[in-house]
Design a protein around this ligand. Structure first.
Ligand code: FAD
Ligand code: DHB
Length: 388
C-alpha cells in the first residue's frame, strides 16, 4: 500500500488532519488500533474553543456541533460560598461550545468515510520504519494479514501511550513533566442541567466541576485520589461529596439523576520536544498533555493539526519545506502557553494536601484577585477561549 501521509491514530488529531489534507487534495491513510464503535463511544473532552469551532465549521464538519452543541458565553468560579461569573464574550468577543469529543469523532469519521477516505480500524503491531529517510513506512496487522504502508510522511497522532514518540531517540528528545497528586472522578448523569454555564469550584474538600452534554445528560467531575477505585464510590457518596463542594447558602442546588458512567483520570503536564524527527511529526497528546482544568487538550491537538496541514500543503503545492522545518517551534509557542494556563487553573482551583495555612490563604487571595480585577478576568477569559 502507498499513500502520501500515513497517520497513526484516529483521535481528534489524526481524523481532523486526514480530513484537512483531503480538502487540500493530499491523500492519507489512518491506522487505528481500536474499533470504530470504541472510538465513537469513549467519553473524554467537552469544551471547544472558538478556534476549534471555526475550523470544524470552515472545513464542513461543524453542522451537528452548531445544532446540538451548547454555545456558552461565560463560566463561573465558585469559592468561599459564592459564585462569580467570568463573562467570556464581553471580555474577549469569543465564546466556547460544549460538545462532546466523541461527537466530534463521529462527525469526522462520517466525513472521511463519505469521501472514501481510508480509515483502518483494529490494526495491531504497528511499527514505524525509516522515519529519517524520504521513504518512511508503517507495518501492521489488519484483518489477520500483515500490511506495509509506504508514505512520504508519518504523523504520530497516537496519544500519550502511542508508539510514535518513542521513535525519537532519547538522546534527541527532551521531556518536561509534572504529575499532580490528585485525579478527577468523572460521572455522566441523566438529568436536566443544574446551571446554564460551567461551574469551576474551589473547596477545602477539593475541586468540583459542573459541565453538561445535552438538555438531558450532565457531566460532573470532582477531585479525588488518582489511585482510588470507582467501586469505593456509591452513588450516595458521590452526591453527598458534590453537594458539599458545590452548594452554598445562595439557594442554588445541584440536580441529581441516574449516574450511568463513572471513571477516574490521573492528571499530568507533559511536553516532549522536538515534535519532529526526519519525516515523522507528532501531533496532539502524542507530544503533550495538560491537566483538564483549562479544557485545552483537544483544542491543542486541533491547533497542531492546523499548523501541520498548512505546512504539508506548502510542501506538496510549492515544494517548500520551510514550514515543516519549523513545525516544532511554531506549535510549541501555543502549547507552552496552554501548559501554563492549565497548570495555573489547576493550582488555583485544587486542594493540595500539603498546602500550609499560608499557601491556602494565598490561593484564596489569587481567586479574589481574578474575579475582582477586570485585567485578570480578561487574562483568564482570553486563555480559556483561546483568543490568540
Ligand atoms: P487521542 O484522543 O488519545 O487519540 C489517539 C488515538 O490513537 C486513539 O484512538 C488510540 O486508540 C490510537 N492509538 C494509540 N496507539 C496506537 C497504535 N500503536 N496504533 C494505532 N493507533 C493507536 N480536552 C479539551 O480540549 N477540552 C476538554 O474539556 C477536555 N476534557 C477532558 C476530560 C477528560 C476526562 C479527559 C481524559 C481528557 C480531556 N481532554 C480535554 C483532553 C482530550 O481528550 C485529549 O487531549 C484529546 O483526546 C487528544 O487527542 P489526540 O487525537 O491527540 O489523542
Ligand atoms: C469538561 C472537561 C474539562 O476538562 C473542562 O475543563 C470543562 C468541561 C467536560 O468534559 O465537559
Amino acid at each position: 500500500m502507498r499513500t502520501q501521509v500515513a497517520i497513526i491514530g484516529a483521535g481528534p488529531a489524526g481524523l481532523l488532519l486526514s480530513h484537512l489534507l483531503h480538502l487540500q487534495g493530499i491523500e492519507s491513510v489512518v491506522v487505528e488500533s481500536r474499533s470504530r464503535a470504541d472510538i465513537e463511544a469513549t467519553i473524554r473532552a467537552g469544551v471547544l474553543e472558538q478556534g476549534t469551532m471555526d475550523i470544524l465549521t470552515q472545513s464542513g464538519v461543524g453542522e451537528r456541533m452548531r445544532k446540538e452543541g451548547a454555545l456558552h458565553h461565560g463560566i463561573e468560579l465558585a469559592f468561599g460560598g459564592r459564585r462569580h461569573r467570568i463573562d467570556l464574550t464581553e471580555l474577549t468577543g469569543s465564546a466556547i461550545t460544549v460538545y462532546a469529543q466523541h461527537e466530534v469523532i463521529k462527525d469526522l469519521v462520517a466525513a472521511r468515510l463519505a469521501a472514501q477516505g481510508q480509515l483502518l480500524f483494529e490494526v495491531s503491531d504497528v511499527v514505524l520504519k525509516d522515519v529519517q529517510s524520504e521513504t518512511p513506512s508503517v507495518s501492521f496487522m489488519h484483518g489477520g494479514q500483515p500490511q506495509q504502508l509506504q508514505a512520504d510522511f508519518v504523523i504520530g497522532c497516537d496519544g500519550f501511550h502511542g508508539v510514535s514518540r518513542p521513535q525519537i531517540p532519547e538522546g534527541v528528545r527532551q521531556d518536561y513533566q509534572r504529575i499532580y497528586p490528585f485525579g478527577w472522578f468523572g460521572i455522566l448523569v441523566e438529568s436536566a442541567p443544574s446551571s446554564d454555564e460551567l461551574i469551576y469550584a474551589q473547596h477545602e474538600r477539593g475541586f468540583a466541576l459542573v459541565s453538561t452534554r445535552s438538555p438531558t445528560v450532565q457531566r460532573l467531575y470532582f477531585q479525588c485520589d488518582p489511585k482510588d477505585d470507582v467501586n469505593n464510590w456509591s452513588d450516595d457518596r458521590i452526591w453527598s461529596e458534590l453537594h458539599t463542594r458545590l452548594e452554598s447558602s445562595d439557594g442554588w442546588r445541584l440536580k441529581e439523576g441516574k449516574i450511568f458512567q463513572k471513571g477516574i483520570i490521573g492528571m499530568r503536564s507533559f511536553v516532549s520536544t522536538p515534535m519532529q524527527y526526519g519525516r515523522l511529526f507528532l501531533a496532539g497528546d502524542a507530544a503533550h498533555i495538560v491537566p483538564p482544568t483549562g479544557a485545552k487538550g483537544m483544542n491543542l491537538a486541533v491547533g497542531d493539526v492546523k499548523v501541520l496541514s498548512r505546512a504539508l500543503d506548502d510542501f506538496y503545492k510549492k515544494g517548500n519545506s520551510d514550514q515543516l522545518n519549523v513545525y516544532t517551534e511554531t506549535a510549541l509557542k501555543r502549547i507552552w502557553r496552554a501548559e501554563y494556563f492549565s497548570w495555573w487553573m489547576t493550582s488555583m482551583l485544587h486542594t493540595f494536601d500539603d498546602a500550609s495555612p499560608f499557601q491556602q490563604q494565598i490561593q484564596r487571595a489569587e481567586l479574589e484577585n481574578v474575579v475582582n480585577s477586570r485585567a485578570l478576568s480578561t487574562a483568564l477569559a482570553e486563555n480559556y477561549v483561546g483568543a490568540f
